[in-house]
Design a protein around this ligand. Sequence first.
Ligand SMILES: [Zn+2]
Length: 163
Amino acid sequence: MTTKLTVRQFFERFPDEDACLDHIMSVRFGGLRHVCRACGVESTFHRLSHRRAYSCANCADHVYPTAGTIFQDTRTPLVSWFYAIYLFVVTRHGVSGKELERALGVTYKTAYRMGMQIRKLMAKADGFDMLQGHVEIDEAYVGGRRSGGKRGRGAPGKTIVRA
Ligand SMILES: [Zn+2]
């Protein structure tokens, strides 16, 4: 696909928390089946209920895919975060706290904070460093402010929103 995700496509792709968490998991660790960092065995990972975590079927080690990201301690649903990022991506010029408040149905305070964090990441010279990497939607490079260093798809595969 060469066109950007429409809003409808976005919500088909990221309909709920599980879809978002699975996406972060797959971006950062390589999916629900990958070589476990704890036991070194290629294993299947099962979602733990009530936690943003997965468990290795072989050694029961827990993996928290949001650790070290802006999603780490948030009580805001991941879907809201993803949608906020999506809005930043498609508008390109940024999204105000008021717009986020309306679009996400969160308080202005929450919207403002989310916007600040997303903007901060976007402003980094390293580009949109959402998950120790960059953000794309449908291969449309996000951030646009990236200068030097690794670029776009050549950077380590750490995209968070990708069609
Ligand atoms: Zn393991």
